[in-house]
Each structure stands twice: as structure tokens, then as C-alpha cells.
Design a protein around this ligand. Structure first.
Ligand code: C5P
Length: 230
């Protein structure tokens, strides 16, 4: 068996930013171009919010939710047909259930609990596998992979972020209004940015890219330029 590659030798690109900043789409495209693995850490928090509800736990009971975070099995499965990665929670396909705004709010609530964040650290570190990792989230560059060689923070105006989420959710056939989305996004961002543990903020060494009004291909090129700069 080949010797395991030490973590420090496996390159990581972190892509953090608020909801609707384009992180997911950009991270997927960049990971495909580089041939690297991908960590969608938001899906992990969404899966925990979902598992908490399935188990009927009180979301403010930090210990119970942290236990749930530690023992919930979260698997990412490639459907093999070019479609979206499936997120399987304790054996049940929860891909669609975790994508609603309600699930986003539930994720943001459990994500504010320090015990839950601690319980999920090792699960996230395990994604660092050769030849490299693109990690998408809120604290990838600040907390989970502070030693990452490449760090990006994506932003966009709140109006544009709401518009993007609106199009995504509409495409999935969900009933939403732009005004309510804008309100929910602002609430969720305020909670993510103001929590005491791992608040949403760019790492000191992150390259900040404003994606407002910029096509996906331009942003992908800008992020790839960060990785290929040396
Ligand atoms: O990125 P996504 O919108 O799927 O994330 C859902 C929620 O999970 C965020 O609003 C945030 O509260 C939480 N999250 C987090 N840390 C991460 C990724 C997501 O707190 N690294």
C-alpha cells in the first residue's frame, strides 16, 4: 500500500462567502477544471439541520444537536449521469429536502452552536485527499483550513444574491418570492456574520472577488488565476 500523503502536501483552495455569492457553482466548476475533490460544507450543516428535525430534537439543545452532528452519516454520491451530487443522510436521499430556504435557516441555527461546529471538524478535514481540495463554505479559510495555500472570498450585492437564489429555487419548482428571499438572505447573513464562533468573514490572506454583474466564466477564470499564480 502506498504511504499516505501528509495533509500539508495536499493543496487546498478555500472559497468562502455569503449565501448567493456564487460559491457553490464556482467551486464545482473550479474543482472540475483542476480535477480536485470538492467539499460543500454548507450541505453538511444543512444535513445536520435536517437530521435534527427528523429526530425531533429541540434545535436549541446544543448537546443533543452536537451528538446528532457527530453520529449522523452524511454521504455525497455522484449520480454518475452528470447530475447534481446526491446528499444522503443516514441512508435517505435528502438532496432536495436540504435545499429549501427553511433548511437553510435550520442549518444557520445549528451552525451557530460551537458544540456542533466542533463535532463537524474531523468530517470536513477528511475531505483533504490527493490531488487537492476545493472547500466551499463560510469558515473554510479562517477555521477549517487556515493553512490553505489558496483562499478566495466571494461577495455580491444582496439584491443580486437574492435574484440568484430566486432563480435556483424557481428552477427546482419551489414557490418563493423575491422580496421574502431578500429578507431571509439578509437575516441568515446577519446571523452567520454576528455569531461568536467562526463568523462569516474573509481570511486575512483571502483574495476578495465581487461577483456582482460578472458572468460565471469570468469568476471561474479569476479564481483559477489565484491557484495558478505561482
Ligand atoms: O452554503 P449554504 O447556504 O448551503 O450553507 C447553509 C448554512 O450553513 C449557512 O447559512 C451557514 O449558517 C452554515 N454554514 C456554516 N459554515 C460553513 C458552511 C455553512 O456555518 N462552513
Amino acid at each position: 500500500m502506498p504511504a499516505p500523503v501528509p495533509d500539508a502536501a495536499i493543496p487546498v483552495l478555500t472559497i468562502d462567502g455569503p449565501s448567493g455569492s456564487g460559491k457553490g457553482t464556482i467551486a464545482r466548476a473550479v474543482a472540475d477544471k483542476l480535477g480536485w475533490h470538492m467539499l460543500d460544507s454548507g450541505a453538511i450543516y444543512r444535513a445536520v439541520g435536517y437530521a435534527t428535525a427528523v429526530r425531533g430534537l429541540d434545535p436549541s439543545d446544543a448537546e443533543a444537536v452536537a451528538r446528532c452532528a457527530a453520529d449522523t452519516r452524511i454521504e455525497f454520491r455522484d449520480p454518475g449521469d452528470g447530475g447534481d451530487t446526491r446528499v444522503v443522510v443516514d441512508g435517505v436521499d435528502a438532496t432536495d429536502a436540504i435545499r429549501t430556504e427553511t433548511a437553510g435557516a435550520a442549518a444557520s441555527a445549528v451552525a451557530a452552536l460551537p458544540e456542533v461546529r466542533r463535532a463537524l471538524v474531523d468530517k470536513q478535514l477528511a475531505f483533504r485527499q490527493p490531488p487537492g481540495l476545493v472547500a466551499d463554505g463560510r469558515d473554510m479559510g479562517t477555521v477549517i483550513f487556515p493553512d490553505a495555500a489558496f483562499k478566495v472570498f466571494l461577495t455580491a450585492s444582496p439584491a443580486e444574491r437574492a435574484e440568484r437564489r430566486y432563480k435556483q429555487l424557481k428552477a427546482k419548482g419551489l414557490a418563493v418570492t423575491l422580496a421574502s428571499l431578500l429578507h431571509e438572505i439578509e437575516l441568515r447573513d446577519a446571523r452567520d456574520a454576528s455569531r461568536t464562533v467562526a463568523p462569516l468573514r474573509p481570511a486575512d490572506d483571502a483574495v476578495v472577488i465581487d461577483t456582482t454583474g460578472r458572468p460565471i466564466a469570468t469568476v471561474v477564470a479569476a479564481v483559477l488565476a489565484v491557484v495558478r499564480k505561482d
